[in-house]
Design a protein around this ligand. Structure first.
Ligand SMILES: [Fe+2]
Ligand SMILES: [Fe+2]
Length: 358
């Protein structure tokens, strides 16, 4: 038999569009029957729950675009169900339509107070009911769009971060290669210092994020040497005081280069402060104690240990155990206590790295 609305057929294409929405009818069986006959011929995707607990389970399990309830839902009335939906973070935003006995009743006021988006009296025509459902589904569309945009934004941020890390890695690799080509001694130095620094940083108990940054950026600690003249860098023998002053500037040069490249703060700190000493005897700013960033305090130990244990143009190498004792005992006041302790605790691994490059 033709329904009273059969002279208003659905708009072509509408069936497909609306059917992607999921509607839960959480109501008394009588109301469910009425809602089903009004909505299903129009292509809405309906699920039903005719008892309170069944409705709660369905709500938790599904991704709903709209919930239609009734005040007389068996086991748990529609108000209690609505309250539980609005007090749960997962479901608080799902549009909710409450069917009530009559308009302008206490039930209508109570439903709105509990957070219903729409209240419809049972006597409302099917056309009126569907009009309200369409409005609420539009709400759901905006909600979905917002969620999608949020997700897309998250993906874009993650992609951008990965790109930045990859660019940094490529820069580090290129610099390592360039330094190695012009001076193999320095090439191995930066690799060893990076590995020693990572071992110490990991043991000191820094966040995994900071340990990773130290691993990435410690190889750049002497980057500023690219701005120091070869006659000083490759001089056979001890530098004059003037030459040493010029050499010291590699800390400032490295810092300036990294700042200009908008590199991470950790990279900038390492380049600038890896020759600072806890007792204030270091350079370029004679910083003391914790005024020196922790990443620079860590690289300082690794850098000095490596300088002591390798042959340089102007000096012989000393044995690793002697270098370790010198740093941790004789020169202990120049280095961070925690980082020194970590260095001693990881000395076996430090030795493995040392031997692999010998
Ligand atoms: Fe240096
Ligand atoms: Fe160095």
């Amino acid at each position: 038999m033709a329904t009273p609305e059969s002279k208003y057929p659905p708009i072509p294409g509408m069936h497909h569009v609306v059917s992607t929405f999921r509607i839960l009818l959480a109501a008394h069986p009588r109301t469910v029957d009425r809602l089903s006959s009004a909505l299903s011929p129009f292509g809405y995707n309906l699920d039903t729950a005719t008892e309170g607990h069944e409705a709660q389970t369905a709500i938790q399990k599904g991704a709903w675009d709209l919930i239609i309830g009734s005040t007389d839902l068996p086991q748990m009335d529609g108000f209690l169900l609505l309250r539980s939906i609005r007090t749960n973070r997962e479901t608080v935003e799902i549009p909710y339509l409450m069917m009530v006995g009559s308009a302008e009743s206490q039930d209508e006021i109570k439903a709105f107070q509990l957070g219903a988006d729409e209240v419809v009296p049972e006597k409302t025509s099917d056309v009126g009911l569907r009009a309200r459902v369409r409005v609420l589904l539009r709400l759901s569309t905006y909600r979905r769009r917002l969620q999608n945009e949020k997700r897309m934004l998250g993906i874009k941020v993650a992609e951008r971060t990965r790109e930045l890390v990859e660019i940094t890695m490529a820069t580090v690799a290129a610099l390592e290669k360039a330094t190695e080509l012009s001076d193999p001694e320095t090439g191995h130095h930066i690799l060893r210092v990076a590995t020693y620094s990572t071992l110490i940083a990991d043991k000191v108990g820094l966040s995994s994020e900071l340990v990773e940054k130290i691993r990435l950026y410690a190889p750049l600690h002497d980057l500023g040497k690219v701005a120091v003249a070869d006659r000083i860098l490759k001089k056979e023998g001890v530098l004059t005081p003037e030459e040493f002053e010029e050499m010291k500037l590699h800390t400032n040069h490295g810092h300036e280069l990294l700042m200009a490249a908008q590199a991470d703060e950790v990279a900038c700190n390492i380049a600038l402060s890896h020759h600072e000493r806890i007792d204030g005897s270091g350079y370029p700013n004679a910083l003391k104690g914790e005024a020196i960033p922790v990443e620079a305090r860590i690289v300082a130990i690794a850098d000095v240990f490596d300088a002591m244990t390798t042959v340089r143009r102007y000096k012989e190498a000393i044995p690793p155990d002697v270098a370790m004792r010198t740093i941790t005992v004789e020169l202990a006041n120049r280095f961070d206590t925690g980082a020194t302790a970590a260095f001693i605790q990881r000395f076996d691994e430090v030795m493995q790295v040392f031997e692999s490059y010998s």
